[in-house]
Structures are given as structure tokens and as C-alpha cells.
Design a protein. Structure first.
Length: 285
């Protein structure tokens, strides 16, 4: 699928060891079972996630068939919708792909040069889920260890892949039974993950830090339009409420209220939705 070139840490333009040390100094070596995850060099040539620096294709070519989110470039499944989660400060925090079966979230994180971070992250996730009285099982998928969690609100599956100074985590969420190993949602997520491209960049980041999410200009324009539409609908609803209150006051004072025509219909809008970490805007894919 792609032309790949071998990673050479000493090649011109590669990050120096001092910058990389910021990543590695904050995580200890815990060892790794050989069957926990596949080493990036051991994966099949056509199986991603891929490192942008290891591909012969340029970013523009890759972005023609993928959504370019800065740190990750991922293909969109047919019929998928995008849900953009924003921080309280208004910066993009995560992008979710919503399908008819459930939601898929793929994000990249800083990691040491050697693989093994997913093992630690998976252990922490399993402990957290069990602490919330959720059922947790460990399964083996195409990239090794996967977590399957059953919570009170949704079924979850976590898939992790270690790369060179990055780790990708894919989170699947859906109703009961939606994230079983043979489910359509899992098949879609694995297909998307296998074609995902990661741009780690050269800046030092503490390990486990999410790599920056950058929205394309076209998506930013759609989000701004959706927000304006929601604000206009809110203003119209407020004006109608104020008019109704004024009419009620006139009737209470013995004055006949003028007949009002039918209100202008307000169609459904997709605008900001407030969550624990900020607002989310949804756009049709």
C-alpha cells in the first residue's frame, strides 16, 4: 500500500538524543512479554499505524484519502460522522468517528523510543475500570493486547499500538455487545487503525502526553457555521419567549394582545454540546 523507508535515528534532521531524553527520562523500563504487542519492525509492511517519516508518500498525498488532524491522519469509514471535542479554552482536544454501531476515537501520545508503553497504559486502564466495578477482560488482537470493558453506561474496547517515540490508542464505545471481537464496530476500527498515519514531530513531549490535534480549515469553517446556526436559533427562541411574556403582560393589564402569526420553523442544528471536558460539535461526514 505504501512505500516505506527504514527509520534511521542518525539521519539528517532526526531529533537529537537530548531532546529525546525528555521522553525517556520520565518512564522506567518494566520489561515486556513478547506476545503483548508487536514490535513496529515486526509488523507486516502493509499493516499500520504508519510513521509519517517512514513513508515515501508526502503529506499532501496521504491527506487526499485521510482526515489530517496534525498528529494523526486517519481514513473515514463510509457513513461516519465526526464529533470534535473542545477544551474549555476552545482548542480541539479529540476527534471521534461516530458510526451506526458506536464511536471510535484514535489519538497519538508521546512515548519512549523503545516499545512497551501500551502495556503500562493497558494495566492502568484495567485497574481504573475494575475500580469502577466494571468487568474487564484481556484479549489478543492483530496488534497484541486489547482490553474489553463492560461498564454501566457502555461497552468499551481499548486497542494500543507502540511506535517509534509514539503510541496510538484506539477507544471503541457502544451499547451492550457492540465491541465484541467479531462485531462490525471492531472490524471498522481495526481497518481504520491499520491505515492510520502518525506524525510524531520532533518536539520533546513528556511520555503519555497527547500529541497535538490540529483541525483542517474546512472542518473549522463547518464548526464555526454550526455554532453560528445554534446561536441564531437560541436568539430566535429568546425573542419568541420575550414576545410571549409581553403579550401575557398586556392581557393581564386588560389590553387585547395582537394576534401573532405562526412562528418561523427552526430546524434541527448541530452545534456545541457541553461535556465534562468542554464542548463537542458534530458534523456529517
Amino acid at each position: 500500500m505504501f512505500g516505506r523507508r527504514k527509520k534511521d535515528a542518525d539521519a539528517a534532521g532526526a531529533p537529537n538524543e537530548d531532546a529525546q531524553g525528555a521522553d525517556e527520562a520520565q518512564i522506567g523500563s518494566t520489561g515486556r512479554d513478547t506476545d503483548d504487542a508487536l514490535d513496529p519492525q515486526d509488523r507486516a509492511a502493509d499493516q499500520g499505524p504508519f510513521d509519517l517519516d517512514e513513508l515515501d508518500e508526502d503529506r499532501e498525498t496521504l491527506a487526499a484519502t485521510r482526515l489530517d488532524l496534525g498528529s494523526v491522519l486517519l481514513p473515514l469509514p463510509a457513513g461516519g460522522q465526526l464529533q470534535v471535542e473542545m477544551t474549555q479554552a476552545g482548542a480541539p482536544q479529540a476527534v471521534h468517528v461516530v458510526t451506526q454501531y458506536g464511536r471510535i476515537t484514535i489519538a497519538a501520545y508521546a512515548a519512549p523510543k523503545s516499545p512497551g508503553q501500551w502495556r503500562e497504559v493497558a494495566a492502568d486502564l484495567a485497574g481504573s475500570l475494575r475500580g469502577d466495578q466494571s468487568e474487564v477482560s484481556v484479549e489478543t488482537g492483530p496488534w497484541g493486547r486489547e482490553l474489553h470493558g463492560v461498564t454501566a453506561n457502555a461497552d468499551l474496547r481499548f486497542i494500543g499500538v507502540d511506535g517509534y517515540r509514539w503510541m496510538v490508542r484506539c477507544v471503541l464505545a457502544g451499547p451492550s455487545g457492540a465491541v465484541g471481537a467479531d462485531s462490525p464496530l471492531v472490524a471498522i476500527a481495526r481497518d481504520v487503525l491499520s491505515q492510520t498515519v502518525v506524525d510524531r514531530g520532533s518536539d520533546p513531549h513528556p511520555v503519555r502526553t497527547p500529541l497535538p490535534v490540529v483541525l483542517p480549515q474546512a472542518l473549522l469553517a463547518q464548526l464555526a457555521a454550526a455554532q453560528q446556526q445554534q446561536q441564531a436559533a437560541a436568539q430566535q427562541a429568546g425573542a419568541q419567549q420575550a414576545g410571549a411574556q409581553q403579550a401575557g403582560a398586556q392581557q393581564a393589564g386588560g389590553q387585547a394582545a395582537p394576534q401573532a402569526g405562526p412562528p418561523n420553523p427552526v430546524g434541527p442544528t448541530e452545534g456545541p454540546r457541553r461535556g465534562t471536558s468542554g464542548s463537542a460539535m458534530q458534523q456529517l461526514g
